[in-house]
Design a protein around this ligand. Sequence first.
Ligand code: PEP
Ligand code: MG
Length: 591
Amino acid sequence: MQRVKGIGVSPGVVAGRAVVLIHRAQVLRYQIPAARLAHELRRLDESRGRTREQLVDIQARVAQRRPELSSLFDAQLLMLDDPMLLPRAADIVGEQRVNAEWAVQQVFQEFSAVFDDVADPYLRERKGDVADLVGRLRMNLRQGVATPRDLLRELDEASVLIADELTPSIAAQVDWSKVRGFGTDAGSRTYHTAILARSLDVPAVVGLHNASERVQAGQLVVIDGTAGDVLLDPTPEELARAARHADDHRPAAMVEAERRRPASTADGVPIRLDANIEFPDDLAAARYAGAEGIGLYRSEFLVTSGVDDIRDEDRQYEIYRRMLEGMAPGSVTVRTFDVDEEQLASRLSQRPLAAGWEPDEERASRQGLRGLRLSLTRPELFRVQVRALLRAARYGNLRIMFPFVSSVEQVRRARAMIVEAAADLGGRGEHVPHVPIGVMIEIPAAAYTADLLAREVDFFTIGTNDLIQYCLAVDRADERVSRLYEPVHPAILRMILMVRRAATRRRIPVSLCGEMASDPALLTLLVGLGLTEFSMTPGAIPAAKQVLAELRSDELRALARRILRLATVDEIERVLLAALGRLTLIKGVTS
Ligand code: PEP
Ligand code: MG
C-alpha cells in the first residue's frame, strides 16, 4: 500500500477503482473490462475511417481553390497509416486495458517527445500536424458520446476520480452515485470544487501534486477526505474501514432531501433553478435533480449528434412534444439551433443529413455565422424548427429562445417568421397558444443594447460562456490565453448587472445559464447582483440549493456592491472567498 498526502477538503472514506481525468488534455482514462476490449478497438478503427473520409473530403475541396495547400493533407493521411500511430494506440488499449481516447493521447505524447528532440525546425513544426490529426481522431471518437457525463455513465458502480484538476462545471456533470469520491493534483485554486464536494457530501482530497500520474486506471484506491490521504492498493483493513464508513454515510439521503425543497436564500428570497440539457433523455436527470423547468435545451444537438434529420418537421414536433409533456407544468426553454457552418460542414462530410444546409465554399472564414444569424440565412430550415415548436406548444409550457443575437433587426426578422408560421398553422385549424420569445445575451453588443432588446422580447437569458469569451477576447480552447478567461473580471460583472437592470426596468424575466452558475461561489455573487433565476447542469442543482439556503440575500447584495468596486480578478476572488468562508457554514473544513 502507498499513501499520498494531500489536503482533505470534504470528509469521509471511500474505496473504488480509479478513473483518471487529465483536464489539461481534456481526456479521461478509465479501465476497459476484458469483454469490452473488442468494442474499444472497433471505436478506434471507426474513428480512423471517419478521419480518413473527412481528410479526403477536405483535401478535395481545398484542391479546387488552393491546389498548393492540398499536399498538407497528404502528410496527415500518411500519418494516419503510420504504424507508430493507430496500431500503437491499439497496442496500448490491449496491453493497458485503457480507453481509446487515452491511448491516442499517450501516442501523441510519444510523438511529441520525438519531434521536440529533432534539430530541424521544419520537422519540429510537423508536430502541429500531428496535434491536428490527433484532435480530429479524438473528435471522431466522441461520436455518440457528447459530454463527460456520457463517458462517466460507462463506469463501474464503485469508482473514484483522480484528476489533475477538477473544475466545478465538470464536477457538476459527474454522476456522484457512481463516482464515490475524488482526489486532485491541484489544490490551491480548486476551492470552488471543494465547496461543491462538501455540499454533495463527496469525500475529497486536493493538493496531491502528481497523483494523476502515479495512479493507474483501474487501480484500487481509497480516498480518505477526513485524514487528507489517498491510499493506493489499500490493505484489506483499509478497505473494510471504507466499507464501514459507506454504511454509515448516505449521501443519497441528502440529495433526496435537497431535491424536494424549492430553492431560496436563508432569508426566504425564492431562487429559480432550471436545468440545461442537451438530449431529450436528460429530462429525467433534470427532474431528479429538482429542476423547476428546462432553462436551456440546446436543440442543436439534434443536428450535431446526427441522430435526426433536421428537415423532418414531424420528427422534431414529436421530440419537442414529448419534452413539453415530460416537464409539464414546468417550462421548457428551447433554444433554436446554435450551430456554425463548420459544424454543419463536418456533419455533411459524413452523411447527407443536412444536405439542404450547405456551407459557403467561397468564404475564407466562417467565423461568426452561427446561431440565429445562420438560421436567418437558411429560412427554409428555421421555419421547419419554428413550425415544429409551435405545433408542440399546446402540450406544455414552451418558451422559444434565439441564440447569438447581436441586433434588434435580427430579433424582429425572427419574430416575424414566428408570427407568419403561427398564422399559417392557425389558418389550417391548428391551435397555437401564446409562446414567450426570448434572446440569449451572449454577445457584448447585445449586453450593451439590453435596454433596446428588452422592448422586443419576453425574456432574457444571459449566456456567460460566450459573453466572457467575446467580451474578454479570449478563446478558451487556446491554452496560451485561456488563463485570461475570467468569469469575475470586472467587465463581466458590470455587463451582467447592466443586463439585469435593463430587464428589471422593462419587467421581463432574466436568467443566467452559463457554466458560472454551476459554481456555488460564483452563484452567490450572481444572487448579490440581483439575479434570481438560473439554469445549470442538473448535477449542480442540489449543491446550489444547499449553498443558497445558508446565505442571506442582503449580505450577498452588500458583498456584490463591495466586489463591484474592486479592480482586479485576484482581489475579487480573495474577497469573495473570504466572505463566503465567513458567511457560509462551510462544513468539513475544520471537522
Ligand atoms: C453560453 O454561451 O453561456 C451558453 C449557455 O451557451 P453555449 O454554452 O451552448 O454556447
Ligand atoms: Mg452560447
